[in-house]
Design a protein around this ligand. Structure first.
Ligand code: SF4
Length: 440
């Protein structure tokens, strides 16, 4: 069903009108205005220009989108104007780190903007192979925490099932870039059975995360087979699906998939929007379908230089997410992965962004700024430091406006009870309840 749409701020995104909320923090993003809007967002203009001959039936079929991914510089040059130097650079990068872009994701880029935050996530940069790298192949030590092939067990009560290394769009900042050189693979039934057996035998596992690559690359039937087995295990309370499909190929979120989700809940879905420009009518509608299947949706974004590394860009992203009912959950410091140094910024930048958001927009819009510590040492969340000074009894805080506020930090001692209770009916609880009086 089609919905009325309205623009979010000055970017090229739209949200369903029926999803906008009226409460605190529903302010428009901090800058821009509707007057500066182009007549059509890239998703419409580019589709007409680049894929105008593709009928809706194909365009809206996720398998068509998947089959027609752009995977070489030759294909890319048919859609994007590339200088000879740029062509040679992309060719050199793809010899090390391959390229894959869905037609849909290409259609939401502003191809006239050399710094378009969508294009920067998808089109290879020569800096992937020329930056002096501080990164390693496997910064999170996932290989060492794999208890059986594909199953990462790092925290006590949860495991990560890596079901495939295939993704419809290869993100230039990907933590698992190391997998790209291994070719495309999907876990065999034997591998999956070994993972399930491990989970069956470990009763402390209550939370299973299905991931990849992108596990929605698998057919819904294949996914359902895994999820059905997990649902037979009593101690598995929740299942989480980590997927970027709603952002890069939203057509994948079809009725077959949503019906399956509603059959096997509680299932949570974590997705990965990095810029408000990725919130389009198609991605908003995909999220809406997932939520209607009873699945809460969280967002895990990655902090990236030039893409989303300012207070304004993060505020616009997170407010846009709330409007499509996605909770901004994590903002990750970009992991120290080889081939991603050019996109990484400092940890201090992330803390400053949170400081610039806190108090100026709803707390719901503020993600947990998180560093996944190297060598699988675990996640830590970081906050600005609001404590200016302290002694044994008090703490001096600076609030979001920089005002100094002193707070007591001692336990209040109980005062002696009065010898006789005052004749106040509120002290006689049963009488109060009998009288049907409200005391709280
Ligand atoms: S969707 Fe995730 S796993 Fe796939 S390329 Fe992007 S960041 Fe990597």
């Amino acid at each position: 069903m089609k919905k009325n749409l309205k623009r979010i701020g000055s970017n090229n995104s739209f949200i369903p009108l029926s999803d906008s909320c009226n409460g605190e923090g529903d302010d428009e993003p901090p800058s821009g205005g509707e007057d500066s809007e182009p007549p059509q967002p890239p998703s419409v203009a580019n589709r007409l220009k680049l894929f105008g001959t593709i009928p809706d039936k194909d365009w809206n079929d996720w398998k068509w989108q998947f089959r027609n991914r752009i995977t070489s510089v030759e294909q890319l040059s048919k859609y994007v104007s590339l200088s000879a130097t740029r062509y040679a650079e992309i060719s050199a990068v793809t010899g090390v780190y391959p390229l894959s872009i869905t037609p849909y994701y290409l259609s939401i880029m502003d191809l006239n903007d050399p710094h378009d935050p969508v294009a920067m996530q998808a089109i290879p940069s020569i800096e992937e192979i020329t930056f002096k790298t501080t990164g390693v192949e496997d910064p999170l030590g996932e290989e060492k925490d794999s208890v059986v092939p594909g199953l990462v067990h790092r925290y006590p009560d949860r495991v990560l099932m890596v079901l495939t290394d295939i993704c419809p769009m290869l993100c230039r900042h990907c933590t698992r870039k190391r997998e790209w050189k291994n070719g495309d693979w999907i876990r065999t039934p034997n591998d999956i059975e070994r993972m399930l057996n491990y989970i069956r035998l470990n009763k402390n596992i209550r939370d299973v995360i299905l991931s990849g690559g992108d596990c929605l690359t698998l057919s819904t039937k294949h996914l359902a087979d895994v999820i059905r087995e997990l649902r037979q295990i009593n101690h598995v309370e929740i299942i989480r699906i980590g997927t970027r499909f709603p952002v890069v190929l939203p057509q994948r979120i079809d009725s077959e998939f949503c019906d399956m989700l509603s059959e096997y809940g509680p299932i949570w879905l974590n997705t990965h929007f990095n810029t408000v420009n990725e919130i389009t009518p198609d991605s908003a509608a995909a999220i809406d379908r997932v939520i209607r299947a009873g699945v809460p949706v969280n967002n895990q974004s990655v902090l990236m230089r030039g893409i989303n590394d300012t207070v304004e860009k993060q505020t616009r992203l997170c407010q846009g997410l709330l409007k499509i009912k996605v909770r901004p959950y994590y903002l990750f410091q970009c992991d120290e992965v080889q081939g991603t140094d050019h996109l990484r910024t400092t940890i201090d930048t992330g803390i400053k962004i949170i400081e610039g958001m806190r108090g100026f927009t709803s707390g719901l819009a503020i993600p947990n700024f998180t560093v996944d510590l190297p060598q699988g040492s675990g996640k830590i969340t970081l906050q600005p430091n609001y404590i200016v000074a302290r002694n044994e009894k008090e703490i001096l805080f600076s609030n979001y406006l920089g005002r100094m506020i002193n707070c007591n930090n001692t336990l209040t001692e109980q005062t002696a009870a009065p010898e006789t209770q005052p004749a106040d009916p509120f002290y006689n609880f049963s009488e109060v309840m009998d009288a049907d009086r409200i005391i709280v």
